[in-house]
Ligand binder design. Structure first.
Ligand code: ZN
Ligand code: ZN
Length: 221
């Protein structure tokens, strides 16, 4: 949850903290809010998604492979309920195993079905029938540093606008991370003044130098 600080003299606003996104289609999953202690410009580090699910998505047939004599009745009752079949059809199903309960389910549906039948004492097999590449698999972005297009003040009202500074992962690989303390502020150019939090509760204002930054609230994502 990010925390908002405001200068009691010039009204400068700086926010710190972390929030996650609700859509990951951009390849980014979260941002950490960062501020420049030299000029007061709000920055944020956008965190690239490392893992967006398995490489392949499978479909499964769910098979009933064994039923003990004591559990036959419960399993047949479950089959009749799930498949809307007659008693004699349920009997013939458990007499001729393996029996395919349902075909081509996704992983989640198949596991739910598996759990249900294990719960009534059946032995279940999940058989992979199709595999397709997960279109969202793997990282597609690098972490990057953005800055606000201008200093933010209480009177602004509008949502802050961010623009990329050009800083991305240092080694140009998808998995690396850049060091914040080595980066230059995107507005004033000072190096080593970007911080992800304030070390004291009433830090001096980096803009007017006379006021103090005080916590005024936070927001939930
Ligand atoms: Zn700066
Ligand atoms: Zn100030």
């Amino acid at each position: 949850m990010p925390t908002t600080y405001e200068c009691n003299s010039c009204g400068l606003i700086l926010e710190f903290g972390w929030y996650h996104y609700h859509s990951f289609s951009s390849g980014y999953g979260a941002s950490t809010l960062v501020g420049c202690l030299a000029c007061g410009c709000q920055h944020r580090v956008e965190i690239a998604m490392r893992d967006r699910g398995p490489e392949f998505l499978h479909d499964y047939d769910v098979l009933l492979t064994a039923v003990s004599a004591e559990q036959r009745l419960q399993v047949m009752t479950q089959l009749r309920k799930d498949l809307a079949i007659s008693l004699s059809q349920a009997q013939s199903a458990v007499n001729r195993l393996p029996f395919v309960i349902k075909r081509a389910l996704d992983c989640c549906e198949a596991r739910t079905l598996e759990k249900t039948y294990r719960g009534v004492g059946a032995v279940i097999e999940m058989k992979v029938v199709t595999s397709k590449a997960n279109p969202d698999f793997g990282p597609i972005q690098q972490d990057r540093l953005l800055r606000c297009t201008s200093l933010r003040f209480r009177s602004d009202g509008a949502k802050p606008e961010f623009t990329p500074t050009g800083v991305r992962n240092r080694d140009n690989s998808l998995a690396g991370e850049f060091r914040l303390d080595e980066q230059a502020c995107g507005l004033c150019g000072c190096i080593g003044d970007l911080v992800s939090g304030l070390s004291e509760p009433h830090s001096p204002c980096p803009n007017c130098k006379s006021g103090r930054l005080a916590e005024t609230g936070g927001w939930v994502t």
